[in-house]
Design a protein around this ligand. Sequence first.
Ligand SMILES: [Zn+2]
Ligand SMILES: [Zn+2]
Length: 737
Amino acid sequence: MKCIKIQVKGIVQGVGFRPFVYKLALDNSLFGWVNNDDRGVNIVLEGDNFSIEKFITCLKNSPPPLAKIDSIETQNLEIQNFYSFEIVKSVSTSNKLTMISPDIAICDDCIADIKDKTNFRFNYALTNCTNCGPRYSIIDKVPYDRCNTSMAKFSMCDKCESEYKNPLDRRYHAQPISCENCGPKIALYDKQNSLLVEDYEAIAELAEYIKDGFIVAIKGMGGFHIVCDATNTKSIELLRQRKNRPTKPFAVMFKDIKQLKKYARVTKKEEEIILSKEKPIVLGKTNFKLSANIAPNIHRLGCFIAYTPLHLLLFENLDNPIVATSANLSGEPIIRFKDEIISKLSGVVDFILDFDRDIINACDDSVVQLINNDLQVLRNARGYAPKSIKMHKKIDKKILALGANQKSTIALAFDDNLILSPHIGDLDSITSVEYFERTIDTFKRFYDFKPDIIVCDKHPNYESTKWAKNQGIELVQIQHHYAHMLSCMAEYKLEEKVLAFCFDGTGFGDDGNIWGGEVFLGDKNSYERIYHFDYFKLLGSSLAIKEPRRVALSFLFENFTLDEVLNLDNASVKSFNENEIKIMYQVWTKSLNSPLTSSCGRIFDAISSLSDICHYQSYEGESGLMMEKVYNGDIKEYYDYKITDSKIYFKNAIKDIVKDKKSDIIVSKFINTLVNIIKDISNEYKNLPIVLSGGVFQNKTLLELILKELKNRKVYSNKTIPLNDGGIALGQLYSLI
Ligand SMILES: [Zn+2]
Ligand SMILES: [Zn+2]
């Protein structure tokens, strides 16, 4: 006989942990108790050695599906002669260290409940249990109890309450537990805010409107979606017009994997991720059988399947897949409230399906892709975020990191934890900056967190930098691309010296120029910029980001005289008239509004225009996606380049590119060239691990080729932490710990 105390930390609350412990103790004839406190779950067990060992093994190896155990500590106690096992009341200490669980897609048991005519939750659109449903999006403060969530205003009916109180029930202490009698209600409104119909009928009627070609808004787990029939070209065209979104691809939600496979080809591994409990949007490489205007000019499709009971019930009434895109005004965060849909999007949507369980914390859908069958999270949100990383050592100070300006996220460090927030979005509007500030407040509240140090980007005009400077707290600024390198090092907890390729769009450089094609040698403490793409002029500054042809022209001016450029038989040149080119030449020679940059993302843009693929882009990354479509793996040639004097010279290749003319040849040779450049530099540093980070490596074709070439080396690239600017906050943190 012995008595021990077990302390479990991690995501162990609101995930059915105590009932799991309760059942496990009963199964092993152990006595004692279990409770929650702000630090995690405490268990006291009394029984024979063998049963206690068995209990601990099972605790470690098969915890409840949503639990994430960070640590288990045990300690021997005096025998106390318990005669039962009990779940005792939660205690509150002052340290709020319990991790907040992300929102999770509906589980199979709940799917069965809503489809079972004899179940009292038949057709109830807000069904959930301890294994599924909302968490992060409904929590106001910790501990995670119903009174601290947006379910506080609903009192349970007798049936729900008896489940809630029964430790052997799947809904024991499921905080958002509800049914049609006691829970939030579904309601359909028109865009004048008139109530049309409630409950299940609202969903059935909405399905009819979607079939008729209307565009609607549907409240989801962490925000509203704008939805229309994904097989109706006219509806999609109308949505594009109303949203002023000419080509940016829409994600498509399918009823289930069976329906998805009717329309798009996915790999086995992609299917696995689509079906995972997180149910993210998977960016598949596929030729899909849906309206071409869902994802014009590219061969990638963002697919996901219904992940809430509401979506599933909608599909009971609808045979076609739906376009489901985050409801927002361009540049603003995802909308959480019906009234905001009406005030901002009544020109876009015709009907609104709402319910009265408030979304306290907005959360977009996560977006992922597979690189050589490994997950690469491009947008860290629903299902994955907040993301916590356990460090091996304690961090002395409390640190708040503010991320970048695009794909903003924030991150916190305290004790031995690093926490990364969900995707906030681009900080280009007042409402986005408000959302950014609200997220900081939320995370401070959740973790009882007051920063000792703030860390932000070096860019003087980033909203986050401006915010940081107003806080009156010690401030550290970290170079953008160094933070990219560190984001990857943080994910793998790397401490050693690495060779890092940080290729992305744009970031503020130490010399005041715009960096974006950087090769670093460094570790957590410092870095040396050993190579960068030779600077070129960004004609028209931010305008050049929207017009790849401007970057192309800049490269042409470096290699040809004005007369030669005017006489070139090239698509970039033809996209301008003669006068425009003459003016641009003046702009270029006098360096008017033409900052110097080493950006690899912009070089991609230039090539996309020179190869007549994309002269204007309407969303970030469009040119790269279009180039991936024409890449031909049979073409093995590459362009001339020079690596010398800490610079990578690529401009001489422009003369050959102009001669090559055919899009697939130019694109393939260009991507091969980048692979060679990375291989050559890596060969100079044979003993160092290689880090690949920055938005350019979202290019699946490029990254897979590089990984193949470097298969004998230790290569790290971000997987669960976005390698785009969404990972910057975590990298910033890592520099200080
Ligand atoms: Zn469930
Ligand atoms: Zn009820």
